[in-house]
Every structure is written in structure tokens, then in C-alpha cells.
Design a protein around this ligand. Structure first.
Ligand SMILES: [Zn+2]
Length: 305
């Protein structure tokens, strides 16, 4: 049973939007791509776990704090007798180990993911000790892609390759018994410690004037060029069509995510959507979905809580 599902983080949502509306430098591009890839890998792991989660509680994407240090757990699996902590990596290609160091076959050194795992495990262990919880913890790095190969791997490392997942979880299931109330209580207790949003984000600098305006297709990220009629908006690039009110609502939500401090007004949304939808329609959509505040020149909308 999955008690906490994974969602796209605000950081990734903002980056997706910015990537469509501005040009990224190579470092920004690389960071964005690595977040997308990591998220895809985590989704693959979730999919896999969903088919094998008998007698387990799964908590995904936990953001916790111990001693003013914030750390993240990709997936925590609670069984009747053990807490399993998984760090998921969606690496592809050939790598090798030399002592504690990891390299690609072209000899570029990469960060050893086992160090990150050790750090997370240690912080989590200390956090639980503080709460007087003494469940055994096991921590593993999961390499989810079958396209990943690590050479010269010692046998005793806490690593699970994609080809070993099945055997690993079969064994895990054999070692555990049906869940009890106490396991569920523990899961709920850990959930109360979860922080809502990471304070650490790496966003490129952006502002309203410099971003590309318009409404873009959610399927292929091309900007819409025209309405086919008043109710539907069609993408010239992939021929996906969308209800124009839904497209506008989505674009308003995007504006709010990118500019949480800016006032939502008919005029700014008109400009944001590149004047593709009449002010009358924008006003209508705003008044249906948001709370109206102020009068005449100070008139604006806020997101209902
Ligand atoms: Zn499209």
C-alpha cells in the first residue's frame, strides 16, 4: 500500500515551464534534464513497487530534517520488521569503480552515490533514535535502468541493479509477515515529520518581461498559434486539441507558480497568454476559479485557499 505518493516538485514544474519560455544555459539545461531523468526513474520504481507491495507500506519522496540538516528519501518501504530506504538512480551507460571512486568508461569521475546513501541513512537513523524508534534500517541504491552497467563492483555493496529487483523483493517478502497496527502507526508518525517543500531549488533567473508569452500545448510544448473556434484550441505541431478554457486555466496556474507575488489581473493574464484569448473570457475564467478582490484599478484575483 502506498501511503504517500510521488508528485512533480514545484521546482521541476517551474523548470518545465521556464524551459518552454526561455533559453537555458548549458548548465541549467543539464540540471533540468537530470531532474527529469531522475523523476522518470523514480516513477519506474513506483510502477514496479505497485505490483509488489503486499505487506508493505510505501512512503515516497520524504523530505525530513535532523539537526538543521534537510535530507530526502526517494522511497521508504516499511515492512513488519524493517525499514527499507531506497535511493533511486536512473543512470545509463557503462561505469566502473576504483576503490571509493566511480568513473564513466571515458574516465570522467562521477559522484559516488553510496556516500549520499550513507549520509541519508545516518541522518534518518539519528532522527528515529530521537523519537525512540528502534526499527532496523536497511538502505540501498537502486539502479533502475537496465541500460546501466557497473564494472568491478564488490559483492557486498548495498546496490540493487534492475535485474536483481525481483529477487530482492521476493526475499524481502519472505522475510516479513503481515503488517500490524504498529507498522501503520510508525508510517503515520514519519509522515508527520515530512516537510512540504524543499527550500533548496536551483532555478535560473527570470522575470515577466523576458519570458516568452503565450499558451503552449501540454503534449509537445509548442506554442499555440490560433484558435480553431472559440471552444477548442488546436496545436499546429502535434494536432492535439484542448478545451480553450482548460488551456487558459492551466496557463493562469503556470503564471501563479512562476510569479507567486504578482497580482493576478485580467490585463496581466491577457498579456501572459499573448492576447490570444479575449479579456472578456479571461475575466470570466478568473471570476469562476479565483476570488475577486478590490475595485476598479486595484481589482485583482487570488487563488482560493
Ligand atoms: Zn502539440
Amino acid at each position: 500500500m502506498t501511503m504517500k505518493h510521488r508528485h512533480v516538485s514545484s521546482e521541476l514544474k517551474i523548470l518545465r515551464s521556464l524551459h518552454t519560455r526561455m533559453k537555458f544555459h548549458s548548465k541549467e539545461e543539464h540540471y533540468f534534464m537530470s531532474l527529469e531523468k531522475g523523476y522518470k526513474g523514480e516513477q519506474q520504481f513506483d510502477k514496479w513497487l505497485n505490483l509488489h507491495t503486499k505487506d508493505m507500506i510505501v512512503l515516497n519522496d520524504l523530505l525530513l530534517e535532523h539537526n538543521n540538516t534537510i535530507f530526502q528519501i526517494d522511497s521508504l518501504v516499511i515492512t513488519s520488521n524493517t525499514l527499507y530506504l531506497f535511493e533511486i538512480k536512473n543512470y545509463e551507460g557503462d561505469f566502473y569503480m576504483k576503490g571509493d571512486r566511480w568513473y564513466s568508461l571515458s574516465n570522467t569521475e562521477i559522484k559516488n552515490p553510496l556516500f549520499q546513501l550513507q549520509r541519508t541513512e545516518s541522518l534518518f537513523r539519528r532522527l528515529l533514535e530521537e523519537l525512540h524508534i528502534s526499527s532496523p534500517i536497511e538502505a540501498y541504491v537502486v539502479f533502475i535502468s537496465p541500460e546501466f552497467q557497473l564494472y568491478q563492483t564488490p559483492l557486498n555493496l548495498p546496490i540493487i541493479f534492475s535485474t536483481q529487483l525481483k529477487r530482492f523483493f521476493n526475499q524481502l517478502q519472505r522475510n516479513s509477515s503481515p503488517l500490524k497496527e504498529i507498522n501503520e502507526k510508525l508510517a503515520k508518525q514519519i509522515l508527520t515529520l515530512h516537510l512540504p517543500e524543499s527550500p533548496y531549488t536551483r532555478l535560473p533567473k527570470y522575470d515577466f518581461p523576458s519570458l516568452k508569452k503565450g499558451i503552449y500545448c501540454p503534449t509537445c510544448q509548442s506554442f499555440y498559434t490560433a484558435f480553431s473556434n472559440k471552444k477548442t484550441i488546436q496545436c499546429n505541431h502535434c494536432s492535439n486539441s484542448e478545451n480553450s478554457h482548460a488551456a487558459l486555466k492551466r496557463t493562469i496556474e503556470e503564471f501563479i507558480l512562476l510569479f507567486p507575488k504578482k497580482k493576478i489581473t485580467t490585463n496581466i493574464i491577457y498579456e501572459w497568454s499573448n492576447k490570444m484569448i479575449s479579456k472578456k473570457t479571461i475575466r470570466k475564467i478568473l471570476s469562476i476559479n479565483y476570488e475577486h478582490k478590490g475595485h476598479s484599478s486595484s481589482s485583482h484575483y487570488v487563488k482560493p485557499k
